[in-house]
Ligand binder design. Structure first.
Ligand code: GLC
Length: 710
């Protein structure tokens, strides 16, 4: 009896506790909503003509999505929101296709140890929602935003994968393909059947008159594979707007029902553990007759609303905007520091300019581009990359190039000729994409390794060529990791994977050369990654070294000051970084010849890549003792002891081992205190200021003492 009484009161207590937890959640929701309510309502009502009913549906939907979010994800939000976690040098992304990488979602979960081994703590899973075979645009034509493509798994698998990723501190990014749906989406099916409400979710026209008024102003996205921006829908007997492929129907965001439902679809993905939402093709989401239907002012209101909505429901979420345009059009998507829109944007101009520099071997445009980036507020975080799943378009600063007599069309042709290997002596092996002969505007596809020339060198069995093309590949990655922001590797690049030509034989893919760099991940090649005598090993191990150095040194934090160093050579790019007492001088030789660069410095520099890996690894893990003991005969070098977490480790050990090898533990705060040691001065990893030699297609990462008085 007394037991029963106890149980009942226990139940009462726990019911009260449950109630108070629920109250707490309700309070948090109200506080978050109240904090942005006025702005949200103002933006919404301006877009949707004071449609109060639609707005209250919107806020109720937010409440529902908030209530559906799991306790674990609410906790995750508390840890991540506003922490700026992605801005440290420890963040490294990888972009991969689930099927190419591991067959199915469950396979990705099984391969998380490989992802960790790569030093990656952010994975971008390419589109994986339901999409019709043969009409999928690589998954970018979604037929159901609430279902994973059954060939890849289920929503449960997605939630399980994100849960495991979070346990390992890996963030997950997914596309939110918001501009259009597949023509097999439920709304599209109803629209085909004549349902006027469903048709109002898209842009339907009774005849070609209005489309013909739009058409002259809208450039084609896919000029050769899908010319035109409208498609005849025979089922409905009407014309529908299709700016991408004819089976990708543009959504009408002037209809509040579309915005409400699509926002719910996005938040549902976040509630399955997605941390970073890639807003696919976001500049296109608002259409206006007589314009190019890109970057309309309403787009910014919509993005801001999405950001506010995520802030209420899942504030740990980041928005990554896919704005693949010239810099002047990209920047506004950051919003302002007070009213931010996207948390991250692709550094597309730097990416394209990098490949221009590979082809021209002239770094002046890259210097100019980087100086623009360095002048932006530090709050603006770029996603840096060498390759994505898409083509490389030549959106360069032609006004700047005009001073050297470079003309746009001829230059694009040169770049394409060089990078497809047509240009005499070029080892690159790319393929053209959407070769628009009329505008002379072809774009380019190919893996990083093939564009660097590795494929050709291996095919020819030319060891010397292989050596410098691999070096070039590593140099480009070092440049990627030198930039502020979030570097994202393209899966396969970490082992130098070359082009995949099998898409030529696939009738569903053969017209889309982007598949050349979307090939199956070659696990058999990845098995060679620890063998430095192989191409895979050389690239993988070098990247690992770069990644661990970057993760350990505060100088790589996005808050660092950055500047261009005038190297005196048009072939050598020089970048300086300074943060928390550390200064890095990074030099990249894009030229075909070795270069000597004069560096003014008043003390020796540490050549970070020359520090023996064994010692470096132990030291970077913070284990100075192991680093010191790791120094054996012939393995003399610097033990770079860091307290990775605080970045303030003390000098731990300096001396000469019993076998005569020199070792030293150095602090991240001021490694130079130890460099005065005469034994250390003899080591390869210490460079004296003055003439610095850089081999062709090679780089140097030199750590330099910061002397504010100098
Ligand atoms: C984005 C994607 C691209 C896709 C397009 C249409 O640009 O990156 O792959 O074709 O959107 O959704």
């Amino acid at each position: 009896m007394s037991r029963k009484t106890m149980n009942t009161s226990e139940k009462k207590i726990s019911a009260r506790r449950r109630e108070s937890a629920a109250e707490r959640r309700e309070r948090i929701f109200r506080e978050r909503l109240a904090a942005c309510y006025d702005e949200m309502k103002w933006l919404y009502c301006e877009l949707y003509h004071n449609d109060e009913q639609a707005f209250s549906y919107f806020t109720e939907m937010l409440r529902r999505m908030y209530a559906e979010r799991s306790a674990a994800l609410h906790k995750w939000d508390e840890q991540r929101a506003g922490s700026g976690w992605y801005k440290s040098g420890r963040t490294l992304g990888m972009c991969l296709y689930v099927d190419s990488f591991a067959g199915i979602l469950e396979g990705v979960r099984e391969h998380l140890s490989y992802i960790e081994e790569c030093g990656v703590n952010y994975i971008h899973l390419m589109p994986l929602l339901k999409s019709p075979e043969g009409k999928s645009d690589g998954g970018y034509a979604v037929s159901d935003f609430t279902e994973v493509d059954p060939r890849l798994g289920s929503m449960k698998d997605l939630a399980r994968l994100t849960r495991d990723c979070h346990k390992k501190d890996i963030a997950v990014c997914l596309d939110f393909v918001m501009n259009h749906t597949s023509d097999e989406h439920e709304w599209a099916k109803k629209a085909k059947a004549g349902d006027p409400d469903a048709q109002a979710r898209y842009f339907f026209f009774d005849g070609w008159d209005v489309p013909n008024q739009f058409e002259p102003y809208i450039p084609d996205v896919f000029p050769t594979t899908a010319p035109g921006n409208f498609t005849w829908c025979s089922e409905a007997g009407k014309v529908v707007m299709t700016m991408f492929y004819p089976y990708q129907w543009d959504l009408n965001y002037a209809n509040p029902t579309v915005f409400n439902d699509m926002t719910a679809a996005m938040l549902n993905l976040c509630n399955h553990g997605v941390d970073i939402v890639r807003l696919d093709a976001v500049p296109y989401i608002w259409k206006r007759r007589g314009t190019d239907c890109r970057n309309q002012p309403e787009v910014h209101s919509l993005v801001r609303l999405l950001r506010l909505a995520a802030g209420v429901v899942c504030p740990g979420t980041l928005l990554l905007g896919e704005v693949v345009m010239e810099p002047g059009k990209v920047m506004p998507y950051f919003g302002t520091v007070e009213k931010p829109e996207c948390d991250m944007l692709y550094n597309v101009t730097t990416m394209a300019t990098t490949w221009h520099t590979v082809a021209t071997k002239d770094v002046r445009l890259l210097e100019h581009q980087l100086s623009i980036v360095y002048g932006l507020p530090r709050e603006f975080t770029f996603l840096n990359y060498l390759r994505s799943h898409d083509d490389i378009g030549w959106g360069l600063d032609y006004d700047f190039l005009a001073q050297f007599g470079t003309e746009q069309t001829a230059h694009k042709k040169f770049l394409n000729d060089f990078l497809t290997g047509k240009w005499p002596g070029s080892p690159s092996r790319g393929e053209l994409y959407n070769d628009d002969q009329l505008r002379g505007d072809a774009r380019l596809c190919g893996t990083t390794a093939s564009l660097c020339g590795i494929e050709a060198a291996e095919y020819e069995g030319d060891k010397e060529k292989l050596d410098w093309t691999v070096r070039r590949d590593i140099m480009l990655h070092a440049f990627l990791l030198t930039q502020s922001g979030v570097p994202v590797l393209y899966s396969g690049d970490e082992i130098g994977q070359t082009n995949d030509y099998t898409y030529h034989d696939d009738p569903l893919r053969r017209d889309d050369s982007r598949y050349i760099h979307r090939g199956r991940f070659r696990w058999e090649d990845a098995a060679l990654r620890s063998d430095p005598s192989t191409r895979e090993g050389r690239i993988f191990l070098s990247l690992q070294k770069l990644i661990s150095i970057r993760a350990a040194l505060p100088v790589f934090d996005s808050a660092a000051d950055c500047w261009i160093i005038n190297t005196g050579s048009d072939h050598v790019l020089g970048i300086g970084r300074y943060h928390r007492g550390q200064k890095l001088l990074a030099l990249f030789n894009f030229g075909d010849d070795d270069q000597d660069i004069w560096l003014d410095a008043d003390e020796p520099l540490l050549d970070l890549m020359q520090i023996p890996t064994g010692i470096l690894e132990a030291a970077l893990s913070g284990d100075a003792e192991a680093a010191a003991t790791g120094a054996s005969v012939g393995d003399s070098g610097m033990a770079h002891a860091t307290d990775a977490a605080a970045g303030t480790a003390e000098v731990t050990k300096t001396g000469v081992a019993a076998d005569g090898a020199t070792f030293v533990g150095i602090s991240t705060a001021d490694p130079y205190d130890t460099v005065a040691d005469p034994d250390i001065m003899k080591l390869d990893c210490v460079v004296r200021p003055g003439q610095i030699h850089i081999r062709c297609h090679d780089f140097r990462w030199l750590l330099h003492k910061y002397n504010p008085e100098a």
